[in-house]
Design a protein around this ligand. Sequence first.
Ligand SMILES: [Zn+2]
Length: 510
Amino acid sequence: MALSVRDARPARQDEALAPRLPALVRARYLLPLADTVGRSTRIADGYALWREGKLLEVGAFDPTVAERLIASFGTQLQVLTDRGVHRGVAELSDFFQHPGVLMPGFVKCHGHDHEPPIIGICKDMPLTRWLDGVINPFTGFLHDHRDALIERLGRSPQLVSYLKARVDDLCYGITTSMVHHCNFAKYFGDDLALAAETAGTQMIIAVGGQDRHYVERLLDTPHQATARLDGYLARHGDSALVRFIPGPDQFFSNGPEMLKELKAWARGHGTLLHCHSSEEKGTTAWFRRTYGQTPVEYAHSIGVLDRDTVVAHQVHCTERDLEILAETGVSVVHNPLANTILGSGMPPIPEMLRRGIPVAISTDGSGSADNQNILAAARLASQYQKALHSDAELLPAQQVLEMITVDAAKMLRMDAGSLAVGMRADLIVVDVTRPNMVPTRLGSVVENLIWASDGSEVELVVGGGRILRQGDVFHTLDVKQILQDVDVLSESFERHLAQAGAMQGTGANR
Ligand SMILES: [Zn+2]
């Protein structure tokens, strides 16, 4: 993307916002994407005002608003300009208007933060070969060579990978995510929590687990899996940004006792359970041979499907699967970038929506996607279905935008995805002066975000009321060092892979 990391050091403290004082962003367009005002509301010249991380006001800006704010807050008001923070607001001209779209930060419902260092490795191959050939060898490499890599990098190699994922998310305006933390990564949830807290992004960490059909030394007993969750909860239960939930890798690699135990843990702790489902044909065929059922029928038969279950993919989906998903209230995360690159196929999204199944659009990990451009994922989701069904009215821009903001946040039960009074101040400004975005008008602003944007126009990212990125300056992450370290990891892994080769054992690939 166009970011050039001119100054990789975090911004000076005096460029940060004072959290106890009110802060304001004003922009040419405002999309609240909130049920309180109607999701499709588009406002010309809008603003958001917040203090201590919570939104105080969201709406149309005009001179009377300026007068009222000056009278109420006087010199305490902080206005975000294109050059940082302006304090001492005294007149209308002090309210800088960003030439862009003010909207909630994007919400990514399914990703893998261990994948950034393996972008671009082993393309043009199906899922299981990619898992065996790249993902498992890479996370195994970090696990087995952790001490040597710590010596080389001066910090945990897992943390380096997770920090790079935070950089990627901030590049594309993602302020909230659910990370499926499977394979060897399941042992390093503490590093992932540290990465999220360092970046200032909200995160659900779905801790992966397997007890069959996988690399032998990764297999857990149900007790080990729940004990791991208990440990994470004990260490991070008071975190304002991070929560841990069960994230069995997929129904195929978890037997019934494991799945029931993890679902019981989720119910006992009032959390979601997140799992891959029906991503490729081989596993579905195995379920039919073994149980005479699809993966969804099997999961339903052992009682793990309900409104608090979120499955990723659900590509291979029968009529009966759709009925079960609708009856049980399961949510689906659609990942069109990964599903198409890996040749997995695409799920019947319009049919799911017609039946009332909640669907969010996400990127999946950057190893398979190969980026975190969530606007591109939304575009592909729409574009594919329009072409497949020869129906230009399917999945309009407004709908897919909601599927990466307000719908996605509701699925995760997170305070995000909309701009409304009382909500967390997670917001972005998308520049509409880039050549590809001109002209953008009130009537075309949503359409241009989906169809004209290349994803790199996100100019300002605010999370919990803090500036996380403005232009190419990252306020919470030392990007230059992170990118250097990721290059070291990538180079070391390339050498390792040339000697060690694939790690056999990913189920359907046996
Ligand atoms: Zn995934």
